[in-house]
Design a protein around this ligand. Structure first.
Ligand code: ADP
Ligand code: MG
Length: 817
C-alpha cells in the first residue's frame, strides 16, 4: 500500500475510547482529517482506498456538528472500512496484479453497528420469515427489511369493482361479497379441486378452483367470502374460475376487493403468502423509513411523503394515488442518480489536473487538408469543441454522438493526432476485434494521405513528414502472436508508439502506457461508468472521448451520462441517401431473394443477417454455418457468398471482410453478434432475418451498413411471428430514418430501466422510473442541480439522510457491474 493509514486508525480508536467527544486530537477531528486526507489522497493509487475515502467524506466531514450517536456511527463505520480496505489490499498484495475494472465494485458494506433491529436488518427478523424463506427472497435480491419495502409488485389487479351476483358479466375482473352455501372437494378434469355455490341477495353463482381441494374445508357453510376474478359462461350460466378468495374478517382485504399487488415470484414463493407478508411488513416498517428528500424539494415538486409512497405503491387505495406513489419513487431514483452523476463529474474534473494540449499544430492542418473531403459543419463544430477541451488543464470527459456514417472516426483521429503532436499517447478502443481492425485500417488509410508511410508490419505502421517525430500507429488484438504482443506492449510502455488501437481489453488487460493523454472509446453502451473510472485511474488523467452511434435523447443523455459533456454530429456527409426499408411477410422471402439477386446482377452487394439465436455464440455460429450452406447451395448457387461469425479466428474474419470489401464476394452472410460495422459503399441491400427480435437501435445499426455509396439502397426485414412489440418496432423502423427520432420511439416502447443496457452500463437499477418520462427526468435533474449548487458535498445536516441514500444507491449500482 502506498499510504500509511495507521495514524488515522490510532486517532479514531482513541476517539472511540474517549466516547466520541471530539477530544482525540488537538484542534478537533475535522481539522486533522482535512490535513491528513489532503496529503494522503495525493499519494493514493489504489482505487479501492480512494473510493473508501470518498465514502467516508474524509475531506468535508463536519464531525463537530454530528450528534453523539452519529459520531459513533461514523467512527465505527470508518474503522470498519479501513480494516476492510486493508484486508483487501493485503489480499491484492498476495495475488498477482489484477485488472482495475470490476475492482471498484462491490464497495465495503456498511457494518452493522446500527441497533439490533433496524430497517437494514436481514429479513429474518420479521415474524414468519424463516431462513429458508429468506433464501428464496435473497434469490430475488431481497436481503434486508429495506429491500422488502422496495420490493415492488410488477403490477396490480384491479379487483376494486364490487358487483352483486346479478350484475356479473364475462371477461372483466370483478369482485363479489357472498355467503358460502356449500363447498366440497370434487374432481375437475381428472384432478382434485373445490367446487362451491355462493350467493348474495341478488342470486347464486357456482365457483370452481382447480387443484385446491383444501379450500373446501375453509369455506364452511355460512362463512362470508370475497371473491375476485373473471367469470365465464358454462352451459349458459356464470361460473367463477379459480378466483382469488378471502374470508371476511376484521382485517383489511389484501387478496380481493381492491387493487391487489402481483409480486415477482421465485420457486417456492406463493402469491398469497407474499402478499400477506408484504402487507404486514409495510404496516410495521414503512413508517420508519427516513424520508431523505428535503422538504423544499417535496413541496416544490408536489411529491408524496416516502412512507406513504411506499405503502401506496404496494397496496394502493386507488389508481390515482398509486400513480402519485410511482411518481415519488421514480423521482427519487432519477434525483439520486443525477446527484451521483454530478458528484462523479466534479470528483473527476476537480480531483486531479489533466494534461493541457496545444491544439494549434501544423500536423493537424496538414491532415485535414489531405482528406478527400471537407468536414461537414457539424464535424467542424465538434472538432472545435474537442480542441477547446483538450487545451484545458481539466481532463476532457466528452460523449460524442453521431449517426452511423456521420464521420466520427475522422474527428477522433484528428484529436489523437493532436495528442501525438503534444508528445502524448492515444488509445482508440472498439467493442470488438473486427471493429478495432477496421478502425486501424481506416485510420491508417486517412494518415497515409498526409504522411509518408515507412515500411510497416501488419499491425504497426509508421508515418513520417506529418509531425515533428515519426508517428507510430499500432493494432493490439488477441490475434497477434504472444511474442509480438509482448513486444508491442513493451514499446507502448516505452512510449515508442503514439496511437494504439484495440478493444476495451486495452484497459482491462492492464496494458501500461508511457504517457497516455487521450483515450477514445467507440460505442458507449458497452462501456459503462465503472470502466470509465477505471480508465481514469489509468494514470496521467487522460482526456476521454466516448463515441456512440446510438442516438440518445438529450435529456436522457444528460441524466445517464451526466458525467460527460455532450457533442453531437447531427448531420450526415453530403450525398447520403434514405435507405428504403421494408418489412416483409414470411411469404415474401422468395421475392426478397429475387430482389437481392437483381441488385447483385446490376453490380451491387448484399448483407444477410442470420436469425438471432439466443443460446450461445457457439450455437449461433452453427446456425449461421447451416444458413450459409443453404443459401449458397440452394438459393444462390451461382453467386459468391462469404460467411462471418463470432467464432471464426480473427484472421479468417479479416480475410472474408477484405474479400467482401474488395468486391470478390456478392453476399456476406453474418451473425448479428458480429455487428458488421464495416464500411462498404458498394453494398446496397441488407436483409435481416428475425428482424422482430432486434431492438430498434440495433436494426438501425444494421441498416446503416448500406446506403453509404451513390446507389439507392434497401433494407428488407423478415419476421416469422412477431410479438406485439416486435410489430411496433418493425413498423417504426420502416417509417423512420432519423436516429434520434428512432431513439425517442424506442424509449416509448420500453419499460422502466430498460433503455439499451442501463444495467450493463454500471448504473444503478431504475425500478420505478420510466426513462420515457421526460418531464419527470427534467424535474429531477433541475432539482438535483439546484441542490448540488447549494450544497455539493451534501454536508448540511438537513442533507445528511440524502447523502446516506446516495451512498446506498450507488453502492448497489457498483455491485452489478
Ligand atoms: P461513423 O464512425 O460516424 O459511423 P465514419 O467515420 O466511419 O462514420 O465515416 C463514414 C464514412 O464517411 C467513411 O467512409 C468516411 O471516410 C466518410 N466521411 C466522413 N466524413 C466525411 C465528410 N465530411 N464528407 C464525406 N465523407 C465523409
Ligand atoms: Mg464508426
Amino acid at each position: 500500500m502506498s499510504i500509511n493509514i495507521e495514524p488515522l486508525r490510532k486517532i479514531l480508536e482513541l476517539e472511540h475510547k474517549k466516547g466520541y467527544v471530539d477530544s482525540a486530537v488537538i484542534g478537533g477531528l475535522d481539522r486533522f482529517l482535512r490535513n491528513w486526507a489532503g496529503q494522503a489522497t495525493e499519494s493514493i493509487t489504489s482505487p479501492q482506498l480512494l473510493s473508501c475515502f470518498y465514502k467516508l467524506h474524509l475531506v468535508n466531514l463536519n464531525y463537530a456538528s454530528l450528534t453523539k450517536q452519529q459520531r459513533k456511527e461514523w467512527v465505527n463505520n470508518a474503522l470498519h472500512l479501513l480494516a476492510e480496505t486493508e484486508r483487501r489490499e493485503e489480499e491484492k498484495g498476495k495475488a498477482k496484479p489484477t485488472p482495475l475494472v470490476g475492482k471498484l465494485s462491490p464497495g465495503p458494506r456498511r457494518p452493522s453497528v446500527v441497533a439490533k433491529q433496524s430497517i437494514d436488518s436481514p429479513i429474518t427478523i420479521i415474524r414468519g420469515i424463516s431462513s429458508s424463506l429468506a433464501a428464496k427472497f435473497n434469490r430475488l435480491g431481497v436481503k434486508t427489511v429495506r429491500d422488502l419495502l422496495y420490493f415492488f409488485p410488477h403490477r396490480h389487479l384491479d379487483y376494486s369493482q364490487t358487483k352483486s351476483i346479478s350484475q356479473l358479466s364475462e371477461r372483466e375482473d370483478q369482485t363479489i361479497i357472498a355467503n358460502v352455501w356449500q363447498a366440497q372437494e370434487t374432481m375437475l378434469g381428472g384432478r382434485r379441486g373445490t367446487e362451491a355455490i355462493v350467493g348474495d341477495e341478488t342470486g347464486n353463482v357456482r365457483v370452481v378452483w382447480f387443484n385446491q381441494p383444501y379450500l373446501a374445508k375453509k369455506l364452511t357453510t355460512n362463512t362470508r367470502v370475497v371473491l375476485s376474478g373473471k367469470v365465464s359462461l358454462f352451459g349458459g350460466r356464470h361460473v367463477f374460475e379459480s378466483p382469488e378468495w378471502e374470508l371476511i374478517e376484521d382485517r383489511e382485504l389484501i387478496h380481493t376487493g381492491r387493487l391487489v399487488p402481483l409480486y415477482p415470484l421465485t420457486q417456492g414463493l406463493r402469491p398469497r403468502q407474499v402478499r400477506k407478508l408484504m402487507k404486514a411488513v409495510i404496516d410495521q416498517w414503512a413508517g420508519q423509513l427516513e424520508d431523505f428528500l428535503p422538504h423544499e424539494v417535496k413541496r416544490h415538486c408536489n411529491l408524496l411523503e416516502l412512507p406513504q409512497a411506499i405503502s401506496q405503491a404496494h397496496y394502493p387505495e386507488a389508481e390515482e394515488i398509486k400513480d402519485r406513489a410511482r411518481v415519488r419513487l421514480a423521482f427519487d431514483e432519477l434525483f439520486i442518480l443525477q446527484l451521483g452523476v454530478l458528484s462523479k463529474k466534479r470528483d473527476w474534473q476537480e480531483g486531479q489536473p489533466g494534461s493541457p494540449f496545444t491544439a494549434e499544430t501544423s500536423g493537424l492542418d496538414a491532415f485535414l487538408k489531405s482528406l478527400p473531403f471537407q468536414l461537414t459543419p457539424a464535424q467542424q463544430r465538434v472538432l472545435e469543441e474537442l480542441l477547446t477541451d483538450l487545451q484545458k488543464p481539466r481532463p476532457m470527459s466528452r460523449l460524442l454522438q453521431g449517426e452511423v456514417g456521420s464521420g466520427k472516426t475522422v474527428v477522433a483521429t484528428s484529436a489523437l493526432l493532436v495528442a501525438a503532436a503534444n508528445g502524448y499517447q492515444g488509445a482508440f478502443m472498439a467493442p470488438t476485434e473486427i471493429l478495432a481492425e477496421q478502425h486501424f485500417a481506416t485510420i491508417c488509410q486517412l494518415l497515409s494521405r498526409a504522411g509518408h508511410q515507412e515500411d510497416g508490419e501488419d499491425y504497426l505502421h509508421t508515418y513520417s513528414g506529418l509531425l515533428s517525430h515519426p508517428l507510430t500507429v499500432a493494432l493490439l488484438i488477441g490475434d497477434i502472436s504472444q511474442v509480438k504482443k509482448q513486444e508491442l506492449q513493451q514499446r507502448i510502455l516505452d512510449g515508442d508508439i503514439d496511437i494504439v488501437i484495440g478493444t476495451h481489453a486495452l484497459i482491462q488487460k492492464g496494458v501500461e502506457f508511457h504517457r497516455l493523454g487521450l483515450a477514445v472509446v467507440d460505442e458507449q453502451h458497452r462501456f459503462g461508468v465503472t470502466q470509465r473510472s477505471a480508465l481514469r485511474q489509468k494514470g496521467g488523467n487522460p482526456h476521454i472521448l466516448v463515441m456512440t452511434a446510438t442516438p440518445i435523447p438529450r435529456t436522457l443523455a444528460l441524466t445517464l451520462y451526466g458525467d460527460l459533456d455532450l457533442s453531437v454530429i447531427d448531420q450526415l456527409p453530403p450525398g447520403r441517401q434514405i435507405v428504403k426499408t421494408k418489412w416483409l411477410k414470411p411469404g415474401q422471402r422468395d421475392s426478397a431473394y429475387a430482389f437481392l439477386r437483381r441488385q447483385v446482377a446490376s453490380g451491387g452487394q448484399a448483407f444477410i443477417i442470420c436469425p438471432f439465436v439466443e443460446e450461445s455464440e457457439i450455437i449461433e455460429a452453427k446456425a449461421a454455418v447451416a444458413e450459409y450452406q443453404r443459401l449458397s447451395q440452394e438459393v444462390f448457387p451461382d453467386l459468391r457468398l462469404g460467411l462471418l461469425h463470432g467464432r471464426m479466428p480473427a484472421v479468417e474474419k479479416d480475410k472474408v471482410m477484405h474479400r467482401f470489401r474488395s468486391g470478390e464476394l456478392d453476399i456476406l452472410v453474418s451473425t448479428p453478434v458480429v455487428e458488421v460495422g464495416i464500411d462498404v459503399p458498394n453494398a446496397t441491400v441488407m436483409l435481416v432475418e428475425s428482424a422482430d427480435r432486434f431492438g430498434l437501435s440495433q436494426l438501425h445499426q444494421f441498416r446503416g451498413r448500406v446506403g453509404r455509396g451513390q446507389e439507392q439502397s434497401y433494407c428488407m426485414l423478415l419476421a416469422q411471428n412477431p410479438s406485439e412489440v416486435g410489430r411496433q418496432r418493425l413498423d417504426i423502423i420502416e417509417r423512420i430514418q432519423d436516429g434520434f427520432q428512432l431513439a425517442e420511439e424506442d424509449l416509448k416502447l420500453r419499460g422502466p430501466g430498460e433503455f439499451f443496457g442501463t444495467r450493463q452500463s454500471g448504473l444503478p437499477d431504475l425500478r420505478m422510473a420510466k426513462l420515457s418520462d421526460v418531464a419527470l427526468l427534467e424535474m429531477a435533474r433541475s432539482e438535483a442541480i439546484r441542490l448540488f449548487e447549494k450544497d455539493p458535498g451534501l454536508d448540511k445536516p438537513e442533507h445528511r439522510p440524502l447523502a446516506r441514500e446516495l451512498a446506498r444507491f450507488w453502492q448497489k449500482g457498483a455491485e452489478w457491474s
